[in-house]
Ligand binder design. Structure first.
Ligand SMILES: NC(=O)c1ccc[n+]([C@@H]2O[C@H](COP(=O)([O-])OP(=O)(O)OC[C@H]3O[C@@H](n4cnc5c(N)ncnc54)[C@H](OP(=O)(O)O)[C@@H]3O)[C@@H](O)[C@H]2O)c1
Length: 347
């Protein structure tokens, strides 16, 4: 039996489909009240014939990374664990939630995996946990994290989570770690990287000059399965297809969703103004800001990620980012209900 955490999220749902299609027996952790209707639709999107049957074969168990007893039940009788659950937020006020769920939650899971003698533990980390390279330099797996005020709490929490996994590996847990760049695919458009699609669809007018790595969710899932099932131990792998300007991704989304691409470049000055205005609005209204200092500044950075190690290990050819954007847009063109908050009513 295989346990997948974060199965209702963008990465986890694609991983569930990847593993289910290969006939693996699956148990998926979901929190009380979390919605699985998008996961079911994804299964049908990728496999109209067998999708329902593959989805029905998943054993869903209720639990939370912060609740040790629920994890204990979820992991019992399991031989492999894929850990995709995490809080993804760039809001500084989510600091505590990020540290509790991502760092402490991962510590809970690896400790149980150690005591249950799990055969292989695949951890979904992030390029955020690699640290920041000197300007313009290509980042690879050897980059050493340096503490600085430039890191978001999300990055710090993902770094802390990855450290817990390395600690468990030193204590005897066989692990493999993936560090995906920005993941593109159909997912809940209210959270994680799936929000980028929603912004373009909503008619976002501005783009920034930043560059980063992007990767198709289907390729992340495939890499995770191949690394876990193969002979790869105690290593981390950047999972990235292409390094592109954000503007290119937005243009692909607009092209395939029938929207207008963002037209105006928001330079540093405008971005700095925007996050300050959002902070003020959030203070006055009590609502969460739509933009934080971290997101505004990251959107102007140029970051390049090497996929040499994973390509050499697996011989994989990544789908182009345009293909990922097309798949995402077509999914939402066909099922626009998932762009509305109505679908989040728990099933
Ligand atoms: N998306 C990206 O661009 C990207 C890039 C690099 C790395 N990653 C990493 O990939 C992983 C998955 O991200 P994602 O994009 O799929 O995020 P997502 O769509 O927001 O999904 C997050 C998942 O984590 C679950 N979760 C959060 N806190 C939990 C807790 N305390 N207990 C149990 N489950 C919990 C959520 O469950 P509920 O449904 O109950 O909320 C959901 O299934 C994360 O580790 C993230 O850091 C993502």
């Amino acid at each position: 039996m295989i346990l997948v955490t974060g199965g209702t999220g963008l990465v986890g749902s694609h991983l569930l489909f990847e593993l289910a299609s290969e006939g693996r027996p699956l148990r998926a952790l979901r929190r009380q009240g979390s919605n699985i209707s998008l996961v079911r639709q994804l299964f049908l999107w990728y496999d109209p014939v067998r999708g329902q049957e593959l989805f029905d074969a998943i054993e869903w168990v209720e639990g939370d990374l912060t609740d040790l007893f629920s994890l204990q039940e979820a992991i019992s009788g399991v031989s492999q664990v894929y850990h995709c659950a995490a809080v993804v937020s760039f809001l500084p006020q989510d600091r505590e939630v990020l540290l509790r769920n991502n760092v402490d939650g991962t510590a809970n899971l690896v400790n149980l995996a150690l005591s249950d003698n799990i055969e292989k533990f695949c951890h979904c980390s992030s390029v955020a946990s690699l640290g920041v390279a000197p300007r313009g330099e290509m980042v690879d797996e050897s980059l050493v994290w340096k503490t600085s005020g430039d890191h978001s709490w999300y990055a710090i929490s993902k770094y802390g989570a990855e450290r817990e996994v390395w600690r468990a590996s030193e204590e005897g847990l066989p692990v493999v770690i993936v560090n995906p760049s920005v993941v593109i695919g159909p997912g809940d458009p209210a959270r994680s990287s799936a929000q980028l699609y929603q912004s373009v669809k909503n008619g976002m007018k501005f783009y920034t000059s930043g560059v980063t790595g992007f990767v198709d969710a289907r390729d992340v899932a495939r890499c995770m399965r191949l690394l876990t099932e193969g002979d790869f131990l105690n290593e981390r792998y950047i999972v990235n297809s292409e390094n592109l300007p954000y503007k290119d991704l937005f243009t692909y989304f607009a092209l395939y969703s029938g929207s207008r691409p963002p037209k105006y470049r928001a330079g540093r000055f405008l971005s700095e103004m925007a996050w300050r205005l959002e902070k003020t609005r959030s203070f006055i209204t009590g609502q969460k800001p739509l933009l934080s200092k971290e997101t505004a500044r990251n959107a102007n950075l140029k970051r390049y990620f090497s996929n040499k190690k994973i390509c050499q290990a697996l011989g994989i050819r990544f789908r182009p980012v345009e293909e990922a954007a097309k798949n995402t847009s077509r999914f939402f063109n066909k099922y626009p209900i998932f762009l509305s908050p109505d679908f989040r009513v728990p099933l």
